[in-house]
Design a protein around this ligand. Structure first.
Ligand SMILES: [Zn+2]
Ligand SMILES: [Zn+2]
Length: 573
């Protein structure tokens, strides 16, 4: 038998009529009662029929003439849930009890799709509270009773209507927006969110709101959102209030939000507090919640800094980077986490390098910004030993390098000893490492061997480095990363440099008696006599510890000696 042939009367479906509501209206006008055989043939359960969960395909099998129409309204619960996660079904879909607008049904008696939305408790046309269940015995109402317009429990007609006009704008706006989001798929008013994100945010926020008074002023009761009422029906009005409070929570952002979090923290401790915060953190992780997340994090940091919540709070475990954003940290944490001793903290605070404050409870708090700045800067200042390792020279030699102003040093970064600027040490190595070669030529000598070999020339580490820095000597190396230990210098060139250097030294500093003998290639006696005859006195006389004296003659004196020698030679010739 063709299923449709038993329904000759075919009422028109309203555009916003629920699918099950329409089907029961269809059954009624044909005096038809769907029995189990009929349902089995359709592969439809009675529960599906009673919960507006009829699929499109089964709908067309019941009323195939609708297929021929240009447009049919597939107003089942699936059309509400749409792209939403299935898990929201229990929280968003009204089940086991129908609600309806007492004014709408007087205009046209049919069941509207939006009345299937569990948190919607207001007629979006008349702004009255939707009536739920039988007005006489309060027992739940199903589609059959609704269409029959009488209660199956007390048999009273469905005409005891109470009109409850809504005066609260926050509530009615929230309800209107909820319908727009779920029925028309518009983005939410708060933070412009997609339906799924909005619902997720609301349910995460409800955890903070539950148990408090209704902040919208719509009702005088405390919110009792998750409590199920008798007959296993979920409370539509409580959820509607919860949604409007969640909307209120995000207006005047973040003031209301912080206000409620403060109340929540003051009231709840332990798992309830922990759970709500952790859940909220996992929800707002996603990018669409950036603004909320930032405000939430700022709140958590602030509470941590003031010691109201502790660092083992779930939020910080979920988001460890948050802890670094704190402005102040307890002294104990600084010691454990950053390895800074109390003594050092006091020294830094005393020298105004880091801010430290003492709380009333005798706890010390360190300012993270100045501490981090100090610690970062401190890393740039190394000990002589560390510098010696980088340079590849003996630590004892460092003092002479410091004296020659090759590095900046500071006493700020250690209790007592000098610290050397790391960047400058590295830069010096980089400037001294010369050219990269495949093999070291045989006439090259290592930096250290050069120092040993030319001690007779008084070659110091500083003067050797300066020869390299000035570009006179160009070292070579075999590896890209080297210290001074691994650089090599042209032996011949170095020797010539040292000779030239010595000559220059003589000109500038002067000549010892022995130097004059070499320069003029004359005997000791003759020079003594010459100096005496011409009364040429030494410019500087230096006395040694053993009592001996050495005589130094400057360039002018040397020239006088030379003139005498030249004249003497002319006379002789
Ligand atoms: Zn209405
Ligand atoms: Zn009743």
């Amino acid at each position: 038998m063709e299923v449709s042939s038993i329904m000759p009367k075919r009422p028109k479906q309203f555009h916003n009529e629920s699918m099950s509501g329409y089907l029961f209206r269809l059954f009624k006008s044909n005096h038809f009662m769907p029995n189990s055989n009929y349902l089995r043939e359709l592969e439809l359960t009675y529960a599906q029929l009673l919960n507006n969960e009829v699929s499109d395909e089964i709908f067309y099998r019941i009323c195939p003439w609708n297929r021929k129409r240009d447009f049919t309204y597939m107003n089942n619960t699936k059309s509400i849930l749409g792209v939403l996660n299935d898990s929201w079904c229990n929280k968003l879909i009204q089940k086991n009890n129908l609600k309806f607008c007492p004014l709408c049904i007087q205009e046209n008696f049919y069941h509207q799709l939006e009345w299937c939305i569990l948190p919607l408790k207001m007629c979006t046309k008349h702004f009255v509270i939707l009536q739920e269940g039988c007005g006489t015995c309060s027992k739940p109402l199903d589609y059959f009773s609704f269409i029959q317009q009488s209660c199956i429990f007390c048999l009273s007609p469905l005409n005891r209507l109470s009109i409850d006009q809504i005066q609260c704008d926050i509530f009615s706006n929230s309800q209107l927006n909820l319908k727009k989001t779920l029925i028309f798929r518009e983005k939410s008013v708060v933070f412009d969110l997609e339906a799924n994100d909005y619902i997720e945010l609301v349910f995460a926020s409800i955890r903070f709101l539950d148990g408090f008074k209704d902040f919208t002023g719509f009702s005088q009761d405390n919110m009792d959102i998750f409590h199920n009422r008798k007959y296993k029906t979920k409370s539509s009005i409580n959820l509607a209030i919860a949604f409007s409070n969640a909307d209120w929570l995000y207006t005047n952002f973040p003031n209301h939000f912080y206000y409620v979090l403060d109340l929540f923290i003051a009231k709840y401790k332990g798992m309830k507090r922990y759970g709500a915060f952790q859940h909220f953190e996992t929800v707002v992780k996603r990018d669409c919640f950036t603004e909320i997340r930032d405000a939430f994090h700022q709140y958590c940091i602030q509470k941590l800094e003031s010691g109201i919540i502790r660092r083992d709070f779930g939020v910080f475990r979920e988001e460890p980077k948050l802890l670094q954003k704190r402005k102040i940290i307890r002294r104990e944490e600084v010691k454990i986490e950053k390895g800074v001793t109390y003594g050092k903290m006091f020294r830094l605070a005393k020298n105004n390098l880091v801010q430290m404050n003492q709380s009333k409870r005798n706890e010390y708090y360190i300012d993270q910004t100045t501490l981090d700045m100090y610690l970062k800067e401190e890393k740039r200042w190394i000990t002589k030993k560390e510098a010696a390792l980088i340079l590849g020279i003996h630590a004892a030699s460092l003092e002479s390098l410091i004296r020659s102003d090759l590095f900046e040093v500071s006493l700020k970064y250690s209790g007592k000893s000098k610290r050397i600027n790391l960047d400058e040490v590295k830069e010096l190595v980089a400037r001294c490492r010369g050219e990269l070669v495949k093999s070291i030529p045989s006439d090259y000598i290592s930096f250290h061997d050069a120092l040993i070999k030319y001690t007779i020339f008084n070659l110091s580490i500083v003067s050797l480095i300066q020869l390299i820095l000035s570009g006179v000597l160009i070292p070579v190396r075999q590896n890209s990363e080297v210290t001074l230990r691994e650089i090599y210098l042209n032996n011949d060139k170095l020797y010539k440099c040292l000779i030239a250097h010595k000559e220059r030294n003589l000109t500038e500093k002067g000549y010892f008696f022995s130097d004059l003998l070499k320069v003029f290639k004359i005997g000791e006696k003759r020079l003594h006599r010459l100096l005496k005859e011409h009364n040429i006195l030494p410019d500087i006389v230096s006395h040694y510890k053993d009592g001996r004296a050495r005589f130094l003659y400057k360039e002018t004196s040397k020239k006088r000696i030379q003139e005498v020698l030249v004249t003497n030679k002319k006379i002789r010739d």
